[in-house]
Design a protein around this ligand. Structure first.
Ligand code: ADE
Length: 229
């Protein structure tokens, strides 16, 4: 998977991606992450990327020229079926595990991160991105939302996670039939009077599987009844 990220703050993306599992995914060649700063494409002598809104009002609006030129500079794969262009926006369709899984089948995703009050509407009209929101709250910029997508999409790509870290049994995944994940325990057997459930020590894989499934159901009923059925 190739991610191309248009952002006024490439350091946010790069510093995150150079850590932990993302870094390993890049080193293994499973994903690649490139950043592009619209400021580098601005034709304004002060490298301005935004301007005041027509009609008045507060804040600044990202202007068309730097964004269009930046987007057009990115090399795109020929195969449009495997390509997606996503704009991070609180007005977009709501992100989910299902969407993460679906997007993990693409070969290239270009992301456009916003800042300031928003984008000139002609960016939407002209470039026709798929707009995605990570939830009903407003962030200062699209970078955090973009990283949320990069992380959760990548977890579903083959060989991204180590074999002991499979996403198959993550909460919301098919492995758990869309339920929340069951609780985990590690050594010691007892900590501050709290014991590991006996069944997990039994070595009986069938019983352990059933116990975990029941815990998943119990947890989902209690915390997210909306997920059942
Ligand atoms: N940019 C600002 N808020 C956002 C949100 N909730 N989701 C995606 N992008 C955003």
């Amino acid at each position: 998977m190739r991610y191309d990220i248009i952002t006024l703050f490439p350091e946010i993306i790069n510093s995150y991606c150079m850590q932990s599992i993302t870094k390993r995914g890049i080193e293994k060649g499973v994903i690649s992450v490139n950043t592009y700063n619209p400021r580098d494409f601005s034709k304004d002598k002060h490298k301005k990327v935004d301007d005041t809104p027509y009609g008045g009002g507060e804040g600044m609006v990202l202007a068309c020229q730097p964004i269009f030129d930046c987007y057009n500079s990115i090399e795109k794969i020929e195969d449009s079926q495997n390509y997606e262009f996503i704009m991070l926006s609180p007005q977009g369709e709501k992100f989910s595990q299902k969407l993460a899984k679906e997007l993990s089948n693409k070969k290239q995703i270009v992301f456009l991160c916003g800042h300031y009050e928003g984008f000139d509407e002609r960016i939407r009209l002209g470039l026709k991105p798929r707009e995605i929101s990570i939830g009903d709250y407003v962030l200062t910029g699209g970078e955090l939302a973009c990283l949320v997508l990069v992380d959760s999409i990548s977890r579903n790509i083959k060989d991204y996670l180590g074999k002991d870290e499979s996403a198959h049994n993550d909460s919301f995944s098919e492995g758990l039939e869309g339920l929340l994940e069951y609780p985990h325990y590690t050594k010691p057997r007892e900590y501050m009077g709290l014991k590991v459930p006996e069944v997990l020590l039994s070595g009986n894989h069938k019983e352990i599987e059933e116990f975990r499934r029941q815990e998943s159901i119990k947890r989902t009923k209690a915390r997210r009844p909306d997920l059942l059925n």
